[in-house]
Every structure is written in C-alpha cells, then in structure tokens.
Design a protein around this ligand. Structure first.
Ligand SMILES: [Fe+2]
Length: 136
C-alpha cells in the first residue's frame, strides 16, 4: 500500500517559495492517496490528475525561471526532466479520460517516483548553488 508523503525538513531545498510549492504538491499527492477509491467511483480521476498537472507546471515554470536567471549549469537537463514529467502526466490524463480507472495505482507510484528521483535528487542538486547565491 502506497503511503502519503510526509514533509520533513530534510526535503527543504533552502528556497522558501519552492519549499512551499513542494509542500503544496505533497498535499495534493496525499489527497489523491487518501481519496483514491472515491476518485474512481465518482469518475473524477482525470480531473484530479489535471489539477496536479496544473500546479506542477506552475511550479516547474517558477523553478525554471529561477534556475535560468541564475545561469544554473544543469539547466537544460533540469528543463528536460520537467518536460518529460509533464508529458507523462498528460498521458495519464488522456488514459483517465478513456475511463481507465485502475490508473490511480500507477499514478500514485509515478508521483512517488517523481518525488524520490526528481525532488529529492535533481532539485537537491541546485540547493547549494542557489543558497551560495543567497537565494532563499
Ligand atoms: Fe525541479
């Protein structure tokens, strides 16, 4: 059984606005984890995936702007990861629109993967870079 993502200070990238966005995204992940049965029975799955995509895209744009303005050396790689995550979520929405309700399990797994591999690894790589430039 996949659990909720419980925020701890270890997850902080040291930039207040990004931490707030990450926390908001975990709140949405947890909402999906908690309400998955209801989401399937009410047919609100694609709506809920779309809500996540909207929020995550806003967050990606914020991060990308900050990283590009500061000439982050791995900007291109980071941008490509964002784009591919956004594309994958769009595919989930498409499948949910076709009534594939079992997708909720895959989507939650995907969200946990995004959290572990992108937020806790890739985002952490810019932590020191931005903090050294006094961006908090
Ligand atoms: Fe990122």
């Amino acid at each position: 059984m996949i659990r909720e993502i419980i925020w701890t200070d270890e997850y902080s990238v040291g930039v207040e606005a990004i931490d707030a966005q990450h926390r908001e995204l975990t709140r949405l992940v947890n909402e999906i984890v908690t309400n998955q049965d209801d989401l399937i029975s009410t047919g609100d799955l694609s709506k809920s995936f779309a809500k996540f995509l909207k929020l995550v895209k806003e967050h990606f744009q914020f991060e990308e702007k900050l990283l590009s303005e500061n000439n982050y050396p791995d900007y291109e790689k980071h941008l490509m990861e964002h784009n591919s995550y956004a594309e994958m979520i769009a595919e989930f929405i498409e499948s949910a629109n076709q009534g594939q309700s079992h997708l909720v399990d895959h989507f939650i797994l995907f969200l946990h993967g995004w959290w572990r591999h992108h937020v806790l690894e890739e985002d952490m790589k810019y932590k020191q870079f931005l903090n050294e430039r006094d961006i908090r």
